[in-house]
Design a protein around this ligand. Structure first.
Ligand code: SF4
Length: 306
C-alpha cells in the first residue's frame, strides 16, 4: 500500500472507531503529520484527559507516555502501536530499588520525572516534567529531595537550590547523556549568532553551553515567537519537524541526526498505527491500585504547578 493510501485509511478508521492519535515530537515526521495532536508527553496526556467524546487513544510514543495517559484517563482504551517501544531511562530503575532507596532516606520527598514507569510514579510523592521541575521542587518545603530516575534533570534542578540536599538515582537518557560537548562547541563557533536550545536531560558539560535549557514543548513555543532567526537545537532529532513548522523561515543547526536518535521513538510508523486501528491492538493496562497511587503523584504535580 502506498503512503497516501495508508494515511487515507488511517483517517477513515480514526473517525469510525472514535479514536484520536497523539504523537510525541520525537516521532517520525509522517507520524506527526497524521496525529490529531503533537506535543511532549505530559502535554499529550493532559490533552487526552480533556477529550470527552473519543473512545480510544492511539499513543504514538513510548510506553511510559501511554501509561501516563491511562493513569489520567482510565475509562479510555489507550493503544500503543509499537508495544516494544520502551524508554531506556525509565527502565533504569525498578520498584524494589526505589523502595530500598526510600528506606535509606525515610525523610526525603520523592520526586520522579514523568519519564518513569507507573510503578515508580506510584512510589513517589510528586511527579515533574522537564518544563516544571525547577518550579515544583522550589515549592516543596522539605529540604531533602530524592530525585529519580534522571540524574541530569535532577542535577539541573539542584543547581537552582544550593540549600537543599539532593539524592539522585544514577539514571539518564542515553540520547542526551552522550552528546559530545566538543561537537556542540564546534557548532557554536560555526554559528556564533545562533541561540542554543538544549534539553535539560543533557549532561552538565553540555548544559553549560546552552542559552536555553528547556523542554521540547518550550522549544516549539520559543521558536514560534520568532524572536531569533538562528538556532542550534540539541535534543532528539524528531523535534526538527515541529520547529520548522513553528517558524519556516528560521535557520536550524544541529548535530547529525544519527547522534540524536531515540530508536524506540522511531519504532512507531504509519503501518503500525494503521494495524492498531484495524484491530491488531496492544492495549495498555495498568493495575488499578497502582494507577490510583500514581495518579496522586501527578495530581500533586498539578497542585504545586498551579
Ligand atoms: S529520548 Fe531518552 S528519555 Fe526520551 S524516550 Fe528515548 S530514551 Fe527515553
Amino acid at each position: 500500500m502506498q503512503q497516501s493510501e495508508i494515511v487515507e485509511r488511517i483517517s477513515e478508521l480514526r473517525r469510525s472507531r472514535k479514536a484520536i492519535i497523539l504523537a510525541h515530537t520525537y516521532t517520525l515526521p509522517e507520524v506527526q503529520e497524521v496525529a490529531d495532536f503533537v506535543g511532549d508527553s505530559y502535554g499529550l496526556s493532559k490533552k487526552a484527559a480533556k477529550i470527552g467524546e473519543c473512545e480510544s487513544i492511539v499513543f504514538a510514543g513510548v510506553r511510559f507516555m501511554a501509561e501516563t495517559a491511562k493513569i489520567l484517563s482510565p475509562e479510555k482504551r489507550v493503544l500503543l502501536p509499537a508495544p516494544t517501544a520502551g524508554c531506556r531511562m525509565a527502565d533504569m530503575i525498578d520498584g524494589p530499588s526505589l523502595a530500598a532507596l526510600k528506606a535509606e532516606h525515610p525523610n526525603a520527598t520523592v520526586v520522579c520525572y514523568v519519564n518513569s514507569t507507573v510503578e515508580i510514579k506510584a512510589l513517589s510523592d510528586v511527579c515533574v516534567t522537564s518544563s516544571n521541575a525547577v518550579k515544583i521542587v522550589g515549592r516543596i518545603e522539605n529540604d531533602e529531595i530524592l530525585f529519580v530516575p534522571d540524574k541530569n534533570l535532577g542535577g539541573f534542578v539542584a543547581e537552582h537550590y544550593p540549600k537543599k540536599r539532593f539524592i539522585f538515582w544514577d539514571g539518564f537518557c542515553p540520547v542526551h547523556n552522550f552528546i559530545n560537548p566538543d561537537a556542540v562547541l564546534a557548532l557554536k563557533n560555526e554559528h556564533p549568532d545562533a541561540k542554543v536550545l538544549m534539553h535539560p536531560e543533557c549532561a552538565p558539560e553540555s548544559r553549560e553551553l546552552a542559552d536555553y535549557l528547556i523542554s521540547t514543548g518550550q522549544m516549539v513555543d520559543l521558536v514560534a515567537e520568532k524572536r531569533f532567526r538562528k538556532y542550534i537545537i540539541i535534543t532528539e532529532s524528531g523535534i526538527m519537524h515541529a520547529l520548522r513548522l513553528a517558524d519556516p523561515d528560521a535557520e536550524f543547526y544541529s548535530l547529525p541526526p544519527k547522534d540524536l536518535l531515540c530508536p524506540n521513538m522511531k519504532k512507531i510508523n504509519l503501518r503500525n498505527i494503521l494495524e492498531t486501528l484495524e484491530g491488531h491492538e496492544h492495549e495498555v493496562r495498568v493495575d488499578e491500585d497502582m494507577r490510583v497511587k500514581a495518579l496522586k503523584s501527578l495530581e500533586k504535580m498539578l497542585e504545586l504547578a498551579g
